[in-house]
Design a protein around this ligand. Sequence first.
Ligand code: NDP
Length: 248
Amino acid sequence: PARPLQGKVALVTGASSGIGAATAEALAAAGAAVAIGARRRDRLDELAGRFRGDGATVLQLDLDVTDEQACADAVARTRSELGGLDVLVNNAGVMLLGTIVGADPEDWRRMMSTNVLGLMYMTHAAIDGMVEQGAGDIVNVSSVAGRLARKGAGVYNASKWAVNAFSESLRQEVTGRGVRIGLVEPGAVATELTDHITQPEAKAASKKMATMITPLQSEDIARAVVYMVSQPRHVAVNEMLVRPTDQE
Ligand code: NDP
């Protein structure tokens, strides 16, 4: 069907830019009502206006995923204002690359609290209702960095390995109850992600790497998410690793 998610409600975290914004747009184009959460309200307003112009139903959420109560409120508002929650995309994340020697532990706190604890808080808020309704999808945006550890990415690696372990354990817990847990693991995608790196050498290296390949676009990952959640209920696409063709 042209609109396989008609009648479904999706919530995307980190929807104000990059992969999250493109995923929210693709889910809306597939027919879902979408709740979009992030901290930059101006970005969400702009996106919501555009999606509504295309006929979508959109709910903007002030959401800092490091705040457990904000996560609970975001899920509750989605359920009450959009009538349910069928698909949760845990996409919010930061990639503060850098060496472990000489690192600022504040970078570590930001990565672990956003990429790991934030994803866990959102899952905690959403999972009981999904188990009760005997259906639902949680898609966790991990990374190639969740499968291969590299020098200069240690704590980002640790955060995404945590995402993968949490996802697989949860999958085993709830798959028999109709809830699908999927992992999407992108390679390099052209987004704002590298802008936030604080170690100057790491930032320069990562910007340079992006010029040496043809990176993915956010829409390439959005298609993977839509594919995952549009399958018939007996099909669970557990994991998708998607790299630029010229990324080693
Ligand atoms: P962007 O920087 O464009 O997007 C990150 C999003 O996360 C923004 O919408 C940002 O919104 C949001 N975010 C950050 N911190 C918080 C927070 N505390 N609470 C709520 N939202 C937050 O980068 P990408 O689109 O590339 O990143 C999205 C995901 O994809 C991340 O998990 C990243 O690790 C993963 N990924 C990206 C790859 C890439 O090459 N780009 C490769 C592999 C994985 P705001 O600041 O408004 O809150």
